[in-house]
Design a protein around this ligand. Sequence first.
Ligand SMILES: Nc1ncnc2c1ncn2[C@@H]1O[C@H](COP(=O)(O)OP(=O)(O)OP(=O)(O)O)[C@@H](O)[C@H]1O
Ligand SMILES: [Mg+2]
Length: 379
Amino acid sequence: MTPARAAITRLTVTNFRSYEQARLELDARPVVLTGDNGAGKTNLLEALSLLSPGRGLRGARLAELARIGTDAPWGVAATLNVGEQTHELGTGSDPAGPGPGAGDRRVARIDGNPARATDLGEHLAVLWLTPQMDRLFAEGASARRRFFDRLVLGLDPAHGTRSNRYERALRQRARLLQEGRADPAWLDGLERELAETGVAIAAARRAYLERLVAALALGTDAFPRPAIAVSGLVEEMLGQASALQAEDEFRRRLAASRAADAAAGGTATIGPHKSDVIAMHAAKDMLAERCSTGEQKALLISLILAGSLLTGAERGTTPVLLLDEVAAHLDPDRRAALYDALDRLGGQFWLTGTEPGPFRKLAEKAQFFAVRDAAVSRA
Ligand SMILES: Nc1ncnc2c1ncn2[C@@H]1O[C@H](COP(=O)(O)OP(=O)(O)OP(=O)(O)O)[C@@H](O)[C@H]1O
Ligand SMILES: [Mg+2]
């Protein structure tokens, strides 16, 4: 069955990054944003990325998102169209601030009602590729983990809640260990929570990986296929034991590592927050990190396309894809292949670039906007 297309049909940003206010009226077709360096293209994609759980495509702290020079709250609002349905999604800093933790709290609204940021994921899946991700395979494990967890979240909205619970318990345990206030019952409780949510996270990653491998096999030939694996203690436990056994074992290992964790600053040294994602260029049998810049980009494109295919097929709704500066770096054949692949996915995708040239092939299919000094107009 063809998935329903999720499309943003209106986007408003207020006091967000370089924007005082901007409003885009759209239809469901793909969107192309062009403009000079610093005009505000990536800022708009970042605003869209915040309509899903997490910290958005720059991984920014909330305080960075507010427009410099104003104390007013920032906000992003959008109309989401899915098939016959329309939803109003919104997010921003807490207008009730300043106060304790203000600027640190992101609030969300769905159809006018207060919601949690994690609830946004029930309505909309957003996936992205940015120039910063060009170094994903070469850099530390945390960026790869975030990338993979974002893909999982696109299919399984509960992954965000799970991860939040896990992170919270991890921080609380670290604080107790740092303070040397080793109340064993309290630590036991936190470790039980870590074991339960940690195993759920690892299980969701494993389940996703299996589907992703299948989706990659169905994907386009225009981009090299990655072979991909998740490597981590709890993920590996689940390869050999039931979820309950893995929970017991993980909990036991956490309890046994209290002293070592305390000595190392508090944060647990084992768990799914330490897992890594290993990618290979399958045809070349070469680790992704040893591939050329262009090959690494192509592997990421394959992953994003396969993830989108999977989300569309299994959730019945396409994700919104944000592809920042992707087109300009591809040769014309690859670019045409990307547009074809995106077209087949059938969802709304957003492309940015400094020049309209690379988007000429989309002239009939997309809607074009010019971004200039934090103002947007139809091009
Ligand atoms: N919190 C903020 N308040 C005000 N301006 C900001 C804030 N954060 C970022 N900016 C500015 O927003 C401007 C636009 O940034 P953006 O990354 O969207 O540009 P861009 O159009 O994507 O450019 P490029 O083509 O170079 O990628 C930058 O000049 C940046 O300094
Ligand atoms: Mg940019």
